[in-house]
Ligand binder design. Sequence first.
Ligand code: PEP
Length: 253
Amino acid sequence: MSDRKPFLAGNWKMHKTVEEAVELASGLAEAVGSETGRDIAVFPTLTALPAVQDILLDSVIKVGAQTCHYETTGAFTGEVSAEMLKDVGCDLVLVGHSERRALFGETDEIVRKKLEAALRVELPTILCVGETIGEREAGRTEEVIKRQIESALTGLSAQQMATITIAYEPVWAIGTGLTATPEQAQEAHHYLRGIVRELHGEVADQVRIQYGGSVKPDNIAGLMLKVDLDGALVGGAALTADSFAAIVKYSEG
Ligand code: PEP
């Protein structure tokens, strides 16, 4: 087992009214209690962010945003900058989620700029990478995740790397019920850690790599047995307090 602290995060995507988000956050705070052996975060919608922050103020659960723009201010209708997230006390931001890449045209270059924006205001990030099913079937998994990681992380300092978590999320496993096997996930995580080591040396051993893609209470423990898996980024199963709390409290084998 590594000495990296497990990090479990719930991405609520475009779900929950403020009232529903408050109910979920309250249920989670109660279920998770004062757990300190694991880092925990949730990513509500922007409309629910302040209310969820209020509820989780005295809890161990951090609250993040699902994306940000790379500019500080300007004529970018509908967007919110990293500075603005920092201004409202956001703890984290997700960058490069595959839904942002696929549905909103976020290229590697845009993802890099968003990461730089978050670094500019010292907002810790979860950087998401992962291959599509077509890329996996064509034997291109390593090439794709290497390109995504190198584009985002080349040239950063060790201090900056320390604020970044990587989420390996094979696109074919997101929201599909098709979880990568622990072996498939370990293979990709080991490869990714090697790329981070090539870029940044031994800080690679400190960088946490979460797995994401149909993580559920009944498969988290098996995934977490693998040495390069340091947590999970969870979508569907993070939408109820019972299910996300069960994931957070998985038992170590
Ligand atoms: C995600 O959106 O990051 C995700 C992993 O979703 P799900 O757990 O629903 O597959």
